[in-house]
Write a new protein. Structure first.
Length: 422
């Protein structure tokens, strides 16, 4: 099996695990394939990241992640972090080892920079410290302690609406396998092979609009991934997120999209366009991480990035993480939930360090691409297929510049947010 086919297969196996299909066979097959592919041919970042060491080492890493995930689930239930520190420390050591090998290969300044560059070749983040101060003030202006409860939407209708959005978006079900009721909406894989993209959807949300937008975000991933030519991969994690955020925020918060939701059945549940407009323009303080508004999202990701950088670069150990975390969030305490633990982000618990750092450039990219192309629900699919995925660039920075006509900046993001939240 070629390296590209191995990486394609890895995506499918990851989705099996998310979909709660038999986990042990997926872990074993995944480990063997990735390790085997890493033993032959010239060295590459993928081989270092997925297959370093012996097969026993690879299995050990995956089992450590499984143990950490189990402890993480328990900690989320009762907020008892003591049992989590040990498994987290083990996963962290594995991640540090890989990061140092990547640093040597990629010639980056720090091990953490190597992980970020692996996730997004051509990584660039134009956010400056002053931008986060501006966002902090904006979030305070639109924040509510708890959003007004929305009218109930029956489960069957949620499923009907979300499945309808799959059709509205133009998901190609020859290339995309749709899995319902995964642990969290997700999308992995590539459309160069039949059913090579796996789109996981879920329909059980206390906040129906949040649920719809979260699934819509993943549908955006599917549209991007289904039209990537065989033999190529995403143009960096940040590019993957750029498309998804363009769907979630630029399109998903537009009157055009909200009207579609009303016509799909929300009107019968008591919703109005004015109600939906108001709901997508407030910041609910109790939301966590990526499940929040685009303004606070950038702050959440910034904090997570700082934590991961310190952990990977040996600046803080797992047993000291709570104290370090409290100091990180202190400047933003007035806009964060009362319960905001360091372990809320599942990516760290599974050893996926350097991934969240790509979300802020992805957020900026979504608005810049949307602004440059004047995207609407009617033209976004064609824009992705005919413009984004025909770009031969493989680096994120070069892709954004090629498609939008200029280097990545914060301009389009602040232009949109100043208008949308005025």
């Amino acid at each position: 099996m070629s390296m590209i086919d191995t990486l394609y297969e890895r995506e499918r196996l990851k989705m099996q695990i998310l979909a709660d299909e038999p986990k042990i066979p997926a872990f074993i097959v995944n480990s063997y394939q990735l390790w085997g592919a890493a033993q032959f041919g010239s060295m590459s970042p993928e081989k270092i990241f997925y297959g370093t060491g012996t097969l026993r080492d690879v299995l050990g890493r995956l089992l450590a992640r499984k143990s950490c995930m189990s402890a993480w689930r328990e900690a989320k239930k009762d907020d008892q972090t003591l049992r989590l520190i040990g498994p987290m420390a083990t996963v962290l050591e594995y991640s540090r080892e890989i990061a140092k090998k990547l640093q040597e290969h990629l010639k980056t300044d720090t091990p953490y920079d190597a992980l970020v560059e692996f996730q997004t070749p051509g990584f660039v983040d134009p956010f400056e410290e002053s931008d986060f101060k501006t966002l902090h003030k904006k979030v305070k202006d639109i924040q509510v302690e708890q959003a007004e409860p929305l009218p109930h939407v029956p489960d069957y209708l949620m499923k009907t609406i979300i499945r309808g959005l799959v059709d509205v978006a133009g998901v190609d079900q020859f290339k995309v396998n749709i899995v319902d009721n995964v642990a969290h909406p997700a999308c992995l894989g590539y459309g160069g092979v039949p059913k090579g993209v796996v789109l996981g959807l879920t329909h059980d949300y206390e906040d129906p609009i949040l649920g719809i937008l979260t699934n819509w975000h993943e549908i955006g991933h599917a549209i991007y991934r289904q039209s990537i030519p065989y033999g190529r991969m995403v143009q960096g994690r940040a590019m993957d997120e750029s498309i998804a955020f363009m769907y979630e925020h630029v399109i998903g918060r537009s009157d055009e999209f909200l009207t579609i939701l009303l016509d799909a059945g929300l009107t019968e549940c008591g919703y109005t366009l004015e109600m939906l407009r108001n709901h997508v323009r407030v910041a609910d303080r109790e939301t966590k991480r990526i499940e929040t508004n685009p303004l606070r999202h950038a702050i959440d990701i910034r904090i997570t990035d700082q934590l991961e950088r310190a952990l990977i670069n040996d600046e803080v150990e797992a047993e000291d993480v709570e104290i370090f975390w409290q100091n990180l969030i202190k400047p933003y305490r007035d806009i964060l939930p009362d319960a905001y633990p360091f372990y809320w982000d599942v990516h760290q618990m599974t050893g996926i360090y350097g991934d969240r750092a790509c979300y802020n450039p992805g957020l900026l990219g979504g608005f810049q691409l949307g602004d440059s192309a004047g995207v609407t629900l009617g033209n976004v699919g064609e824009f992705i297929q005919d413009t984004v995925n025909t770009c031969d660039e493989t680096r994120f920075d070069k892709t954004i510049e090629h498609v939008s006509g200029k280097p990545l900046s914060t301009d389009a993001f602040f232009k949109w947010s100043n208008s949308f939240y005025s």
